[in-house]
Design a protein around this ligand. Sequence first.
Ligand code: AOS
Ligand code: ZN
Ligand code: ZN
Length: 393
Amino acid sequence: MTAHDPDVTLRVRDGLADFTIEVPSWAYGNSGTRFKVFSQPGVPRDPFEKVADAAQVHRFTGASPRVSLHIPWDRVDDYGTLAAYAADQGVSVGAINSNLFQDDAYMLGSLTHADKAVRAKAVAHHLECIEVMHATGSKDLKVWLPDGLNYPGQDSLRDRQERLADSLQQVYAALGEDHRLLLEYKFFEPYFYSMDVPDWGTSLLHCLALGDKALVVLDTGHHAPGTNIEFIVAQLLRHGRLGAFDFNSRFYADDDLMVGAADPFQLFRILHEIVQQDAHLPSSGVNFMLDQCHNIEPKVQGQIRSVLNVLESMAKALLVDREALKAAQLAGDVLGANGLLMDAFNTDVRGLLADQREERGLPRDPIAAYKASGYQDQIAADRVGGNQAGWGA
Ligand code: AOS
Ligand code: ZN
Ligand code: ZN
């Protein structure tokens, strides 16, 4: 197979025609680890400048028309003005991310806390996020629950699940007609003995209890080493409960590095499962989002690289000859079936994607075009003293 076979070219063009990747507002601000936040020149000073930076990713890739917001990091006086500004920049507001991990009241839990007043505070925060959704046209409320325990006996594992179910039900009841609640799981951090939504099964159980508008968020950095993530993708798709990805890369833990940078083969295998179920099409409702923090690399450029990594893996997944694969699988042709997958993964699709970008009036090399645009120098000159609140700020 080559990426220039006519039918292959068509399969990739059709498959990517409406495929989009949502970028996070928090990728553009200074961020770091608990050891150090390295400041970079030109970082945004407010959510409007974050949106402007995010819009550059779409401007040069043509594949990132939505920007996830985070409350309170992106709190503004008038969200309608922010949404209108985003539209002027050629993008729209995507998921609204709540924050249950930076308020002292939540030290022992937020939606799971033993104190009903603390749970009410956490529920009220989500009602604020839902108001932001109404004001911006966002359809997705993303809830990452950072609650957990550090020691056995600290609290009742079961009681926390009951409290969580009740709290989530209150949030779910407040959703707008066309809103969705996306519940993200994480197997450790910021707590280390147990998390209250540690795995896809727990997220799925709560989503099933809530209703059809509750779906699971799969963050690729949120699993124990060696986890077969594509199995989780296949299972959640089978039950119609895969709401979104938070794409990133990990070498060690939840590193939030550029997606595809650590294990492009894993990214390909994940997207192969997506393509097998046609879940790359907008009709699937799966939201492909990035959740990354560019600590040492240039921010906008790091996002462009990440988007290109997803597009390249998706294009390779679209190369897989589905009929031939199914036939080989049914025939028990182990090496033939594996060979079909590896043939697609080992195909260089960069030229094909560059050709297709050029056909759409986009740059063949988005990173080179971004670097030549002078945008980075301009924001470095204009934005003195930037450091919008965000990770590690
Ligand atoms: C935290 O580890 C999770 O990945 C969250 O999805 C994300 O980083 C947070 O929602 C930022 O808003
Ligand atoms: Zn995430
Ligand atoms: Zn994470």
